[in-house]
Ligand binder design. Sequence first.
Ligand code: IMP
Ligand code: MG
Length: 175
Amino acid sequence: MQILLTEEELREGVAKMATSISECYANNPLTIVGILTGSVVLMADMIRLLEMPLRVGVLQARSYQGATTTRGPLIINDELMPDIEGREVLLLDDIFDTGRTLKEVEARIRRFSPATVRSAVLLYKEGRQEVEMVPDFIGFKIPDEFVVGYGLDYEDAYRNLPYLAVLEEEDLQST
Ligand code: IMP
Ligand code: MG
């Protein structure tokens, strides 16, 4: 596996994003909603850098898929979401690829009548977008490669790598 972003680079990128988020919301109460499972590592690092009154929620978005990159319909489970009516909400996800996940999740979130909804992603894969939406906060723009680590998985493996790596053909064969 080839390392794309080291632990140090990830830390700096997350800190920069946290600064932008803090500037945006100042000291106003914020509800961060992490999209499971890919955002767990980012979430843990991000919330500890934010100082406004903060609530944390999660929802799960999953597309049933066979091969690595083909996708089925998106399943959104919002049963664990806190009450967000009238609140400022920031959606947090690991990666913005086609953008379909975040777009659908945002539409679902809006049904609960939050005051505002913005979105933050660690990674933005260049040249892949299929929707109009652009995340409000982006950690890193990366080339169109399949990446794992720092929460991102290949068939639920590799989420625990502390760095971000490009999954190569030979890695696929060995799993
Ligand atoms: P989108 O709906 O196409 O934007 O895809 C978003 C979801 O696809 C992410 O939350 C990830 O779970 C998954 N995904 C997209 N690209 C990658 C990748 O390079 N590595 C791991 N997961 C990915
Ligand atoms: Mg995933």
